[in-house]
Design a protein around this ligand. Structure first.
Ligand code: SF4
Length: 465
């Protein structure tokens, strides 16, 4: 399908071909689902909302709820205020959420709807029932990416819910970044192992990986449509009492942590996503400092030991292999560092999300091992394919959209990141922490060894490789 991609690379500033990102509201919708009993609301036309929901549904293989302001020509001309007011009234009446989390779309941003004012007015006029919330963030999709949208909605949570209650608690805030529900579950497990009480937000575990048990319906009562997971409002309101905020992934989580620091003086510590051995080590070290203990619990130390064991056992298959990595910036940064620690050579590293920090960070990781690596933020998969046509790689790692490149160039392919539309498992098995690292190692090694089994000549085809 992509076999006609030309090798010759020309400068393109005004055209993206096969984007390595999706649009802002998708990330905002995903973050909003991480609040308990929250209905994400798309302030724009139905088509945007349908696309965002279906993309999330196809990735998580779960129904994704969201409502829309359902713009038509009238809203495009006169603004979307009356649509949103009607939506707020209907949604609380029919679906009874605790929170409506509104995000904008390209259209409502272009019109210039002032959501803060509309929401405030709706509250003053009694359209928002007592004890219920309408929060919002701006997500113009002609800028940023789904990661920016996630960051904006997470920051919106801080703006609306953070209070200084002057009740200092022993808990910490943890913003897990744009990761899978399985990763959020694993991060919570690590916090529990370290005996660190915490508010994790957003938290999509038990929302987008909820067990299939059927909706609990009592006689005479409507089915409760909300899953059991998500961060509770009372916990979000207590974030202003915490000792520290740990934010994983600067692109997805930094803004919210800084916003909270500015409002409440709770110090923000920004870290990489704990993907791979070094980033997980740093994360555990920060948890140790926060918990004021010197050693991690034996279970965590043992997990690390097992991961190192696999790395040593299989190092020969990773060593010197050229790899191309693309996807969301926070994930790609940690994964690139992990690949280097395995002895691999990430010669192409690309994200669709804008941000010069990405280039600088990757350059820093690769400067001694692959000084000539090609690195690009705001890049697209067409460019990545052209790079690969000029110098092939042994392994391609990224979201589902890379499968066309993998097929055209016959490259082993590991699906990683967002979106993964054609496989399952990613929302159930973590890739963060040592346990997640072991899973990543397995996936990467399987891809390399399956190829070796396929391609090795008869005399080198071994039962035990
Ligand atoms: S890019 Fe803009 S118009 Fe397109 S789906 Fe996203 S929000 Fe809607």
């Amino acid at each position: 399908m992509l076999s006609l991609t030309p090798k010759e690379i020309s400068d393109r500033n005004a055209l993206t071909v096969n984007p390595a990102k999706t649009c802002q509201p998708i990330g905002a919708m995903y973050a909003a689902l991480g609040i308990h009993r929250c209905l994400p609301h798309s302030h724009g036309s139905q088509g945007c909302c349908a696309y965002h929901r279906s993309h999330l549904t196809r990735h998580y293989k779960e129904p994704v709820m969201a409502s829309t302001s359902s713009f038509t020509e009238g809203a495009a001309v006169f603004g979307g205020m009356s649509n949103l007011r009607q939506a707020i009234t209907n949604i609380f009446h029919i679906y009874d959420p605790d929170v409506i989390a509104v995000h904008t779309t390209c259209l409502s941003e272009t019109i210039g709807d002032d959501l803060s004012t509309i929401i405030l007015k709706a509250r003053d006029e009694g359209l928002v029932p007592e004890g219920k919330w309408v929060i919002h963030c701006n997500t113009p999709s002609y800028a940023g990416s789904h990661v920016t949208g996630f960051s904006n909605m997470t920051t919106g949570m801080v703006k609306y819910f953070a209070q200084e209650n002057e009740r200092h608690r022993e808990q910490i805030n943890l913003i897990p970044g744009y990761v899978e529900p399985s990763d959020m579950r694993e991060i919570k497990r690590l916090l529990a192992e370290m005996e660190l009480p915490s508010v994790v937000f957003p938290d999509t575990s038990d929302v987008l990986d909820a067990p299939q048990q059927g909706a609990p319906v009592s006689v005479g009562k409507a089915a409760d449509i909300y899953p059991k997971g998500g961060t509770r409002i009372r916990d979000l309101q207590s974030m202003g009492d915490s000792r520290v905020t740990l934010a994983l992934g600067p692109f997805a989580s930094e803004n919210a942590a800084i916003e909270l620091e500015n409002r409440t003086e709770i110090p923000a510590r920004i870290m990489d996503l704990p993907i791979g051995i070094a980033a997980t080590d740093r994360f555990i070290q920060v948890l140790l400092e926060t918990a004021e203990v010197l050693e991690p619990p034996a279970s965590i130390a043992d997990d690390r030991g097992r991961m190192v064991d696999i790395m040593l056992d299989m190092q020969q298959y990773f060593y010197d292999r050229k790899v191309a990595i693309y996807g969301d910036p926070d994930q790609v940064i940690s994964l690139t560092e992990f690949a280097v620690s395995l002895g691999m050579k990430p010669i192409y590293v690309l994200t669709g999300t804008p941000g010069k920090r990405f280039d600088a960070r990757i350059k820093g990781i690769l400067k001694d091992v692959v000084p000539g690596a090609r690195i690009k933020s705001s890049g697209d998969l067409f460019l990545l394919h052209q790079w690969i046509k000029n110098e092939p790689v042994d392994l391609l790692i990224g979201n589902t959209y890379g499968k066309y490149i993998a097929r055209a160039e016959d490259i082993p392919f590991v699906r990683f990141g967002f979106p993964i539309l054609d496989r399952v498992g990613h929302s159930y098995f973590p890739t963060v922490g040592y346990r997640g690292g072991m899973r990543l190692l397995e996936k990467m090694l399987d891809a390399l060894l399956d190829r070796k089994d396929r391609d090795d000549p008869e005399e080198r085809f071994e039962l035990v490789l």
